[in-house]
Design a protein around this ligand. Structure first.
Ligand code: ATP
Ligand code: MG
Length: 393
């Protein structure tokens, strides 16, 4: 018995009226995006459910893992669709379904019949009871348990008949595009791709900004960031990756500011530039992979100083996580192996041996004064020379 269709379950809480259409349309759009490499599928909504039906050959496991990357889906039910509603025929199909899906019959079951087609000659109760007894007749080892069955065989009688028993877990969250857009500061590390994934999971579309410093950082380091953006886009949909040449700003900071403050000052300019592209592209917030205390630039003193330049909210979903917890998610979303490739995302000459851990905003601002003759031009050049790469899996 081959599954050609999936019934998609999604959390419906709080999505009534107009929001419901927006939610479902965004869900369907993202499902199409996820499934486009897997095969040809028809996706339609019907009476508060979404069905996916294969129009040709496809790989079952690939289809399931594609759907498991669509935020908003809570469950994926591999489904058999029958045109013929005749009860005897359906009983045969249901018995075959149970036989093939559950080779070990030492289990309990329940039939959950739902008659949405009111012209059908049996009501839901009659259908369930009669189908249950047909299945019992066919397999004597099975037992009925109406409260906690091992197998819940659902049969929905609609325009056609939909039969399923298994619910594979979806990723949860909200469909991409239902909660606006945010700009991810994406480096080649482990944390920022995870941060992007976590915010995308709330339905937020993602753009990204990467700061590189050629020739101090290599072309290969940039490619690694493009690869990471691709991995994130498997969940988040297409990403406009802004690649900003940061070399001259970094050199100016290196030349004119105290070396133990380099990272903080550099981070402040990164945030300013990211915010510029955020506004330009309609993003309402920034996202970083920062986590309290992970490195010197992420003490709360220094986070506060970095934050001070931002006029929009900065989302830091990794903020309270241990490194291992972030790594676990990176592995789950398949960014980890790419993140640990050994290409520096920032040349070591720009990293002080003893960076300030308790930065003081007044002092940092005073240090930044040394840049005042050059920084506006340098920022302008960096912004104007941006390369925008449309990244899509
Ligand atoms: P990650 O593993 O995400 O790179 P990290 O542990 O290396 O983070 P930092 O280098 O201090 O930490 O960076 C903190 C955050 O600042 C990153 O998560 C990212 O959001 C942003 N960031 C750092 N470097 C860059 C860069 N070159 N381009 C864009 N964003 C950056
Ligand atoms: Mg980093």
């Amino acid at each position: 018995m081959e599954f050609k269709a999936f019934l998609i379950k999604y959390a419906e809480i709080g999505i009534k009226g107009k929001n419901r259409y927006m939610f479902e349309d965004a869900l369907i759009r993202q499902m199409k995006f996820a499934l486009k490499e897997v095969g040809d599928f028809a996706i339609r909504k019907q009476a508060g459910r979404v069905f996916v039906e294969a129009k040709g050959e496809f790989d079952f496991d690939e289809a399931v893992s594609a759907l498991q990357r669509v935020f908003g889906i809570t469950g994926i039910c591999p489904t058999i669709i029958e045109e013929n509603k005749d009860f005897d025929h359906l009983a045969e199909v249901c018995c075959k379904f149970i036989d093939e899906q559950y080779p070990d019959k030492n289990r309990t079951f329940k039939v959950y019949g739902r008659r949405a087609d009111k012209k059908y000659p049996m009501n839901s109760m009659e259908f369930s009871a009669e189908m249950g007894s047909r299945i019992l007749d066919a397999f004597h080892e099975l037992k009925v348990d109406v409260h906690h069955p091992d197998i819940l065989l659902t049969v929905e009688i609609r325009d056609r008949v939909y039969i399923y028993s298994d619910i594979l877990k979806g990723p949860g969250g909200m469909p991409i595009g239902t909660n606006g857009k945010a700009m991810l500061c994406l480096s080649g590390g482990i944390d920022s791709p995870v941060a992007g994934y976590m915010i995308a999971k709330r339905g937020v579309r993602i753009d990204a900004t990467y700061f590189h410093a050629p020739p101090y950082t290599s072309e290969r380091a940039k490619q690694k960031v493009v690869d990471l953006a691709k991995k994130v886009s498997r969940y988040a949909g297409p990403i406009n990756l802004h690649v900003v040449n940061f070399t001259d700003i970094q050199l100016a900071i290196y030349e004119k500011c105290p070396h133990d403050e380099l990272t903080i000052i550099m981070r402040r300019y990164m945030m300013k530039i990211a915010e510029h592209f955020a506004r330009e592209g309609g993003s309402l917030a920034l996202i970083t992979g920062e986590s309290i205390g992970q490195v010197a630039s992420q003490t709360i003193h220094n986070l506060a100083i970095t934050n001070e330049v931002c006029g929009m909210p900065v989302f830091r979903p990794c903020i309270g996580m241990d490194k291992q917890e972030i790594v676990d998610i990176a592995e789950q979303i398949d960014t980890y192996e790419t993140s640990i490739q050994p290409f520096e995302d920032c040349c070591t000459i720009f990293v002080a041996k003893h960076p300030v851990t308790k930065g003081n905003l007044k002092i940092i601002k005073r240090s930044e004064e040394a840049l005042k003759d050059v920084i506006d031009d340098l920022m302008k050049q960096a912004i104007e020379s941006v390369e925008i790469i449309r990244v899509s899996e």
